[in-house]
Design a binder for this molecule. Structure first.
Ligand code: RIB
Length: 292
């Protein structure tokens, strides 16, 4: 089984603020730091630090060389990451407030310049029995989902950030959805957790779901069963990449043959460590730290 993550790589410009900006407001930040990020990159790093051999595919722009270095340092195969010297790298402006909560402004850049030909080339190396993980920070998502499905790959989707374009994809081809309560509401039109389950089970009867609920915990459910995991209380410094850490660790534990209960527990523990640290990719723990 080979594991492919086809997703974004961003440069995160992180600004510490007392509170998240209101419309029309001007506010001085308490400082700026630059971190590697992007939901795709963060999830590849979480998977790799959890012990999975990952192939990452995507595109970086001219300033993104350090993102490639970070992948290599973490043992991620970078053969399918294309460096485009003519493109601006995908990046974000992230405000992090005194409680560690964030607001993220995303500029797609190189992440939004994926080409179908490159997707075909990458997918030529994968087939039935392999796994693909996707988020929603790159273009050509409908094409990628269709091709991966045709080739018999099992598709895991973290539908983040949710938008109209993603809703136009054939989501019946997805085997696993890993989403938070905001994305679940955008997908189903309801905030109520029970109604979310009913609606998702009805729409995608063959799929499996992992719903993260912030400090309220996380749950797994499918057509037959449902499992709940409480979160681990910690002092929150920065919630950026908590969901990515959870996603990577949950999938890693499953691939190792762990039960859903174990996968939820390990993923929650990893996410609790990530929120106690600054930054996105840099906040993601190594597997051995979870046992400490
Ligand atoms: O999920 C966190 C990530 O979202 C950040 O690293 C940022 O780049 C955005 O993609």
């Amino acid at each position: 089984m080979k594991f492919l993550n086809y997703g974004s790589l961003n440069i995160d410009y992180v600004y510490r603020v007392d509170h998240i900006l209101a419309p029309g407001e001007t506010l001085s930040s308490k400082g700026r730091e630059i971190f590697p990020g992007g939901k795709g990159l963060n999830q590849s790093i979480a998977l790799a630090r959890a012990g999975v051999e990952v192939f990452h595919a995507g595109r970086i722009g001219k300033e993104g060389g350090f993102l490639l270095d970070l992948c290599r340092e973490n043992g991620i195969c970078t053969d399918f990451i294309k460096l485009d010297e003519n493109a601006d790298c995908g990046h974000t402006m992230i405000q992090v407030d005194a409680n560690g909560e964030n607001a993220i402004l995303l500029y797609g850049g190189s992440n939004q310049q994926q080409e179908k030909a490159q997707m075909d080339e990458v997918l030529d190396h994968f087939g039935r029995g392999d796994v693909i993980l996707l988020q929603n920070e790159i273009n050509e998502m409908p094409y990628l989902i269709d091709r991966a499905y045709e080739k018999g790959l099992t598709i895991f989707l973290n539908p983040s950030p949710m938008d109209e374009k993603l809703l136009r994809c054939d989501l019946e081809k997805i085997s696993w959805f890993l989403l938070n309560e905001v994305e679940a509401e955008q997908l189903t039109g309801t905030k109520d957790e029970e109604e979310i389950r009913i609606e998702l089970r009805k729409r995608y009867p063959g799929a499996k779901f992992v719903l993260t609920l912030g400090k309220e915990g996380a749950c797994y459910f499918d057509a037959e069963e449902s499992v709940f995991q409480e979160s681990f209380p910690v002092k929150v410094v920065d919630t950026t990449a908590a969901g990515d850490t959870f996603t990577g660790y949950f999938i890693a534990e499953l691939l190792k043959g762990g039960t859903k209960e174990e996968a939820l527990r390990i993923a929650s523990r990893a996410a609790s460590i990530a929120v106690s640290r600054k930054g996105a990719s840099t906040s993601i723990p190594y597997r051995k730290e979870l046992d400490a």
